[in-house]
Structures are given as structure tokens and as C-alpha cells.
Design a protein around this ligand. Structure first.
Ligand code: ARG
Ligand code: ZN
Length: 856
């Protein structure tokens, strides 16, 4: 069944209070719920019955105002209770089996502990409840469990009382003073140890912080703790947001569908985003931990205190919170490099999503399964929209807007329109035209052409825009596109027209620049001010010059990327492109004394094959691969000495996490890859040396990531050594699977099939599934092997995983949806596998939606 945004109705019943009693056990947990229900004065249906959602639940007993009742009925999975009057107390008993819960939604067992995931609709797997974000309740929770097995009992809010009961059991009662929707409920029971610390808020309140993990993992929690304290201070400084409970708990879980979850006062994390030390985690892992810890913490305001009215508004909290975590990371390190990384992800994941069959607006109009809409569009493109508001308003007005938003809507469940209205009211700026970004899918294509009239000392910039049709939206409206733009002098290399914000708010626009007395170069969409593709008409030498002198670091990076695109796209057409301009630009970049190594690494990386594919009408993966490999080889050969120098730069010790040390390590591995493209034998030797000498996971994984794509004896040796050394560390073994699945060699097809029957592989663990199948799906060339074996493998995995965990399985479907522009043979093979998936009996709603929409 399809749920539509336009069908939203306020709830007929509210639940201001709920009391929950859990009698916990791995295979049997008793849940006794007592709901105080009140008829909603805003409800539309007079006398409507109480509708409580359930999922795989059976009521063991129902009591109304203390009296056993049998007047209820089941409506599908839901419980329907006819009620006269306006206020009642409804009690319901249920019993669940956390051990059998392989979907990892609701209450489930992981490694002998019990934990929950309720967003979006997992609470209905715990007890019957109006499982919608606009029903907010105060929670009182009592947990009772065997003390030896579950010494630690945690839930939202503050602990009130604890005690012992018979038979070695104990209990704890907690209360959360903040009304919340049920998707923010959380409970954890297990044998966990805390890393404890505290934070004093700006008003002087002391907050107890704890990160709970298995005892052996305690030494790996300090970075997450440091990140949490940085995030708390940052949100006070930048948004004026203070934490509101006496304690803040984080728990790491090894079986988790997503990254982490912002449950009020009790964030639950995929252990991949908590645990790190230099020997087992890369610099990127460290950065991701800081990012996700901050993201979940920031949700305390943008998500928990102010939540979503319905799930169509998901980007209200996710787009905004991603923008907040991006700004936080930018402030903690190099803002320029962070921006480049964010745009790289956007182009790699969101742009293909937006141009494919699963394209949807930031605020979708319909869905079958909401879990399928935790997408890069909702999150990352959503963040880009918030960033555009920030750009257009400027930091002060934007802050006034968010202050008003939090004040006006504290304790409410609201919409994206409410957010924009708060920005408008506080700033006095009309943002109505920008709302089209919420409803219109697709990546705008912007044409840009700069003409120079030397005699008149004037330049004219001609802009136009176009959005291609997307599913359900055949004709598109004009979008407002804010383009930070400057002109750079071709001779002087300085800004001859200072940066200005040009708003392209019509189909086309002309902007004239006066007093331009040397030939100008166009520096446009600086800082990636709008999430669009710019098709610039460039003069010979323009990009090379910009790559050297653009005063905006992002635009400078972009000039390098465009230079590379020129060479790569010519290559895919079978033309012999001139590699020299790019090679010169890369050489200058490597030799620069002013650029930092992290920027250098980003700037010289070639666009990924999937990103190149986005620029082609008809995709031939072999042509893309060979064009890219040819260019890599030419660069490697021409730049061997510079590459070797960067590769051998000393990066200090592995636990030096300064931006300089991290950048140096990143550049080492990027240059190693290029060097190996130029001379595979020498590359293998140097990579193996880096691998053997590494005192940290960044250098080790960087080297192994190069070795896996080479046909050299060092490859097997390193893979084996890596496995033997880290066999006991699940997160590192995930890397081992992932690196092999991403290997750029034809043997990868056989290898992934072998790895799928490796004893360490399991479909039950989402991280492991993602490591093998997710990484393989992103391996553009091998996944798209002409035989279709790659497609069949992924389809087999999806069908098998779906029986256990629909959400995790559905996330592997999108790579198969790229058939539309694929060359005909592969296109056919992809469709065949999608059809096979769609025809599978007993398919989940999650996979069904993704497969059928991918076919449409
Ligand atoms: N709200 C979480 C976050 O952004 C994501 C949780 C989504 N969970 C899910 N099962 N779809 O961090
Ligand atoms: Zn989030």
C-alpha cells in the first residue's frame, strides 16, 4: 500500500503518558504497557476508535480503565479499540522474542545484550501504540532482568529508583521528563562497561556522560568521548543549544541497521561509529566517529526537542542535522577539505540517485516503506538546501531563524514549511521560491558562458538552467540557484571581480561585469553554493589556469576535476585526449608549498567511474574503466618522482591525528595508487613495504587498498597477514571483505563469490553485508561485468538477506537500478535480475518497493 503525504490527518487520540514494564529475557520479554489516552480536540473524526499499531504482536490481555476488555479487534497488524468518551487508561500485555528478531527493528538481541531501534516504525514491534511522530508522550519505564546476565539497565531520561528482586533479578525505574514520539524510545540491557566523563553546560549544569561498551572495547572509546564533548560545546557556541538532561548515554552495538540513533538521552550506535584506536581504525574512521557522534548529539534539538509531524518531513531533522554536523566537522579541521569530501559523497551517491528510477524530492509525496527513504537525497541534498538558506541569509540571519524555530516549536512535531517560516519571520527575507527544492526532484543542470569585450572592458555571464524529468514529475519548474561567483584575471591570477552571490532564478539570466581590464576566467559555484551540475563553456587553458590560481579552494579543486573530466570523457569516446594540461596541474599541485597535503590528495584524485558514468548518455563500463586506467597510467608514468616523494613523506606516528599528519597519510595512499598505475611492479613493492612498516590502520589499509587491485604475489601475502592479525576484530574484518570486493580486477567476480561462503561471512550482520555486497555494488567496472555475473550475485544476496533483514537487503538494490542508460546488453541483464527479485515469493515490502520502482 502506498502512503501519501496529502493524506495526512491529525491523530484522533493522543497519549500524554505511558508506563512500560519490561520483564527482560533474550528469548522471552514481557511488555506491560499502560497508556493514558485522550481524544485529540484537533482530531477530525468524532467518536473515532483508538488505533494502536502493531507488527508481529499479539495482545495477551487488554484492560480499559482497569477492567479486562474483549471489545478490541485486530485490523491487520493493528489493534482497534472502540472507546466512548474523551479520556481513558488502556493497558495491554504483550510478549516478544528479541532473539528471533533478525530485522533489528524493535527490541532485539545482539551479542548477548538487548537493545532497541525504533525509528522509523520499530516501536510497534515492542508494544501496541500510535506509532507516528506526532503523538508525544511522557515515559515512565521499569526494567527487570537477571542481574548477572544484564547488570546494566538503561533507557531514556533519568534513573529514579533501582532495587533487587527474587532469584538474582534486579530492576530499575527511569523517567523521561521530555514528551517524545515513540520512535525516540530506547532500552539497553547487558553486560556493559562505561567510559565516564562529564560536561558542564553554558548555564553551569553538570551533565554525566557515559559510553557503554563490552569491557574489552573500553580502550577504544576515548575518541568518541572527546568528540561528544566538542559537539556539546560547539552546539552551545554556534547555535546557542544547551543539553537538557542530567545524563547522556551512548551505547555501542555490533548489529545495527544504520549508523546510529538519536534516542532521547540514550543514543545507540553501530559500533563502527564508536570504537577506534590507531591500530584498527583509519583516519577516515576517526573522522566518521566525530561526525556521527556530533550528528546524533545535535539531534537532541533538531529532532528530539523539535520533531517531525510525519515521515514525509524526515529531511526537516535529517537535512538540518547533516548541515549542522558538516559545519561542525568543517570547524574542527580544514573547512575546504571537508567541503570537498561532502561534495564527493553527494556526487557519488546522491546525483546518481537523483537521475535514476528511485529519484525523489527532499520531501517525498509518497512511499510504501519509510525505511527506504533514509536516503542520500533526504540527508545530503536536504543538507545542501539548508546550506543554501544559510548562504542566502548570511550567518546572523540564519542563526536568528534557527533560534526562532527552536523557541517557537519546542516540544512540537512540525513540518519543513514551519522551518522555512521561522527563517523568513526572523530574517524578513522571502524564501518562498526556494520551497521548490523540497518538492522537485532531479539535479539542475546549469549552463554558464562568459564573454569578454576587451574594448568595452566588460564581461557578460550568460546562465541558463534545466532539470530533466524524474519519475512522476515529467515537467519541471524553474529553481532558484545561488551561485557564488568571481572573475579571476588570466594574467594576474587575482580576483578582478570580487565574489558575489548571483541568484539564477529564471530559465536564464545575464550578468554584466564592468571595469574588467584583463581577460577574465570564470570561477563559479564557489564552495559548491548550489547542488547543481555546471556546464561551463571553457576557453583553452582556462581550467588549467584556474587550477593554479583560483582564490576559492573548492573552485580550484573543481577546475582540476573538470580538467580530468575533459580527458576522461574524450577517452570514453575513444579519442586520444591531451593529458598534458592535467599532468601539469597535478605536478604543480604536488609541488606546491602553500597547499596542505589533505587538499592535494583530494585535488589529484580522479573522478570515480560511477561519477563519470553520470556524464554519459549511454554507459559502457569497460570504456569508462579503460579511459580512467589509461589516464592513471599516464599520470603515474609522467609523475613518478613527485609521486614517490609524496608517498614516502614522513607522517609522524600513527596516533598523531593532527590535520597535517592525517593529510600526509592520505596523500601517501593516493599517490601510492597513482604510482602503482604507472609501474605496477614497483607499486606492489612499495605498497607491501608501506603495509609491513605501518604502525597504524590508515597506512595499512591504504597500502592494502592498492595491493588488492594488483596481480602481484604481495597481494595474497598482505591479505593473509591482515586476516590473521585481525581475525578477532569484526570491524577490521569488515575492511578485509570490503577491500577485496572493491578490487579493480576481473578476478573480483570469483573472489566475491568465494567470500560469500567464507566462514566469517554472515548475512545477519548489516556491517558485514555492506562490506561485501555494498562495496561490490559500488565497484562500477566489476559489478557491471558484461557477463551479468555481478548482477546475479547481488540479486542472490538481496533475496537471501531479505528473509532475515528486509531493511538491510533493500539497501543493496539501487546499483541494479542503473540500467536505463547502460548499454543494451547489460541493461537487459540488470532488468532480468530486478525482475527475478520482484518475482520472489514472500518478498518484504522494503525490497518489493525498491525492485519494482527500479524497474518502472
Ligand atoms: N535518525 C537516525 C540518524 O539519522 C537514523 C535512523 C534510521 N533508522 C532506520 N532504521 N531507518 O542518525
Ligand atoms: Zn540523523
Amino acid at each position: 500500500a502506498t502512503i501519501r503525504r496529502e493524506d495526512y490527518r491529525p491523530p484522533d487520540w493522543l497519549v500524554p503518558q505511558i508506563e512500560l514494564k519490561f520483564t527482560l529475557g533474550i528469548e522471552k520479554t514481557r511488555v506491560q504497557a499502560k497508556l493514558t489516552v485522550e481524544r485529540n480536540p484537533e482530531g477530525l473524526e468524532a467518536g473515532a476508535p483508538l488505533l494502536l499499531n502493531g507488527d508481529e504482536l499479539k495482545p495477551l490481555g487488554v484492560w480499559i480503565d482497569g477492567n479486562p476488555s474483549d471489545s478490541w479487534t485486530m485490523k491487520g497488524d493493528d489493534l482497534l479499540i472502540p472507546l466512548a468518551g474523551d479520556a481513558h487508561e488502556v493497558a495491554i500485555d504483550t510478549e516478544i522474542n528479541p532473539f528471533a528478531n533478525s530485522k533489528l527493528m524493535g527490541l532485539y538481541a545482539s551479542n548477548g545484550m538487548l537493545c532497541t531501534q525504533c525509528e522509523a516504525e520499530g516501536f510497534r514491534r515492542i508494544t501496541f501504540f500510535p506509532d507516528r511522530p506526532d503523538v508525544l508522550s511522557r515515559y515512565k519505564v521499569r526494567m527487570e532482568a537477571d542481574e548477572a546476565q544484564f547488570p546494566v539497565l538503561l533507557t531514556n531520561g533519568n534513573p529514579v529508583e533501582t532495587g533487587k528482586s527474587e532469584g538474582g533479578r534486579h530492576w530499575a525505574e527511569w523517567e523521561d521528563p521530555f514528551p517524545k514520539p515513540c520512535y525516540l524510545f530506547a532500552l539497553v540491557a547487558g553486560d556493559l562497561k562505561p567510559n565516564r566523563d562529564s560536561f558542564t553546560t553554558m548555564s553551569g549544569r553538570k551533565v554525566d556522560l557515559a559510553i557503554w561498551v563490552r569491557k574489552a572495547d573500553l580502550p577504544k572509546t576515548q575518541h568518541a568521548m572527546d568528540s561528544l564533548k566538542e559537539a556539546m560545546a560547539w552546539d552551545e557556541r554556534v547555535y546557542g543549544r544547551e543539553y537538557d538532561l542530567d545524563l547522556f548515554n551512548i551505547v555501542a552495538v555490533s548489529d545495527f541497521n544504520m549508523g546510529a540513533m538519536e534516542n532521547k538521552g540514550l543514543n545507540i550506535f553501530n559500533s563502527a561509529y564508536v570504537l577506534a584506536d590507531p591500530d584498527t581504525a583509519t583516519d577516515v574512521d576517526f573522522d566518521n566517529i566525530a561526525r556521527v557522534v556530533a550528528h546524533e548529539y545535535f539531534h537532541n534539538w533538531s529532532g528530539d526537542r523539535v520533531t517531525c509531524r510525519d515521515w514525509f518531513q524526515l529531511s526537516l531533522k535529517e537535512g538540518f542535522t547533516v548541515f549542522r554536523d558538516q559545519s561542525f566537522s568543517a570547524d574542527m579541521g580544514s573547512a575546504a577539505v571537508k567541503r570537498i569530501e561532502d561534495v564527493r559523497i553527494l556526487r557519488m551517491v546522491q546525483f546518481p540517485e537523483d537521475s535514476g528510477p528511485l529519484s525523489h524530492p527532499i520531501r517525498p509525496d509518497s512511499y510504501m516503506e519509510i525505511s527506504n527513504f533514509y536516503t542520500s537525497t533526504i540527508y545530503n541534498k536536504g543538507a545542501e538546501l539548508i546550506r543554501m538558506f544559510h548562504t542566502v541569509l548570511g550567518p546572523e540571519k540564519f542563526r536568528a531563524g534557527t533560534d526562532l524555530y527552536f523557541e517557537r516549536h519546542d516540544g512540537q512535531a512540525v513540518t519543513c514549511d514551519d522551518f522555512v517560516e521561522a527563517l523568513e519571520d526572523a530574517s524578513g527575507v522571502d524564501l518562498s521560491q526556494f520551497k521548490i527544492w523540497y518538492s522537485q526532484a532531479g539535479t539542475p543542470q546549469v549552463g554558464a558562458k562568459l564573454d569578454y569585450d576587451a574594448e568595452a572592458k566588460a564581461a557578460t555571464l550568460r546562465l541558463d538552467q534545466r532539470v530533466a524529468p524524474t519519475p512522476g514529475q515529467s515537467s519541471k519548474q524553474v529553481m532558484p540557484i545561488p551561485l557564488r561567483t568571481a572573475l579571476i584575471g588570466e594574467e594576474s591570477g587575482t580576483e578582478i571581480a570580487p565574489e558575489q552571490l548571483i541568484l539564477l532564478d529564471g530559465l536564464s539570466r545575464e550578468v554584466r561585469f564592468e571595469g574588467i581590464d584583463e581577460a577574465p576566467l570564470l570561477s563559479i559555484n564557489r564552495g559548491f553554493s548550489a547542488p547543481v551540475v555546471v556546464h561551463g563553456a571553457r576557453r583553452d587553458g582556462e581550467l588549467e589556469r584556474l587550477a593554479q590560481s583560483d582564490t576559492d579552494p573548492f573552485a580550484r579543486y573543481e577546475a582540476m576535476q573538470e580538467l580530468a573530466f575533459g580527458a576522461l570523457l574524450a577517452g570514453t569516446r575513444g579519442e586520444q585526449a591531451d593529458f598534458e594540461p592535467l599532468i601539469r596541474a597535478v605536478r604543480n599541485t604536488l609541488r606546491s608549498n602553500e597547499l596542505d597535503p589533505a587538499f592535494k590528495a583530494e585535488a589529484i584524485l580522479l573522478p570515480q567511474e560511477a561519477v563519470i558514468a553520470e556524464r554519459l548518455e549511454v554507459i559502457d563500463p569497460d570504456a569508462i574503466h579503460s579511459a580512467r586506467e589509461q589516464l592513471r597510467k599516464a599520470m603515474g608514468e609522467a609523475l613518478m618522482d613527485d609521486l614517490a616523494k609524496a608517498q614516502s613523506a614522513a607522517a609522524g606516528s600513527g596516533d598523531d591525528l593532527s590535520p597535517l599528519a592525517k593529510g600526509t597519510r592520505r596523500l601517501r595512499s593516493v599517490t601510492l595508487g597513482m604510482l602503482a598505475a604507472g609501474d605496477p611492479q614497483q607499486g606492489a613493492r612499495i605498497a607491501k613495504a608501506q603495509f609491513d612498516a605501518a604502525d597504524n590502520m590508515t597506512d595499512r589499509q591504504g597500502a592494502l587498498g592498492v595491493l588488492v587491485s594488483l596481480d602481484a604475489p604481495e597481494r595474497e601475502q598482505a591479505l593473509q597477514a591482515f586476516y590473521d592479525r585481525f581475525e578477532q576484530d569484526a570491524l577490521v574484518i569488515d575492511k578485509w571483505f570490503s577491500l577485496q570486493a572493491a578490487a579493480q580486477r576481473s578476478g573480483t567476480l570469483d573472489e566475491v563469490e568465494r567470500l560469500a561462503s567464507h566462514p566469517a561471512f554472515t548475512l545477519q550482520n548489516p556491517n558485514r553485508l555492506r562490506a561485501l555486497v555494498g562495496s561490490f555494488g559500488m565497484n562500477h567496472w566489476v559489478f557491471n561485468d558484461a557477463s551479468g555475473r555481478g548482477y546475479r550475485f547481488v540479486a542472490d544476496m538481496i533475496i537471501a538477506a531479505d528473509r532475515l533483514n528486509p531493511q538491510a537487503a533493500a539497501r543493496q538494490v539501487p546499483p541494479l537500478g542503473r540500467w536505463r542508460r547502460m548499454e543494451p546488453k547489460r541493461s537487459e541483464l540488470m532488468r532480468g535480475q530486478l525482475e527475478r527479485i520482484a518475482d520472489t515469493r514472500g518478498l518484504s515490502r522494503d525490497v518489493y518497493e525498491q525492485a519494482t520502482k527500479s524497474l518502472a
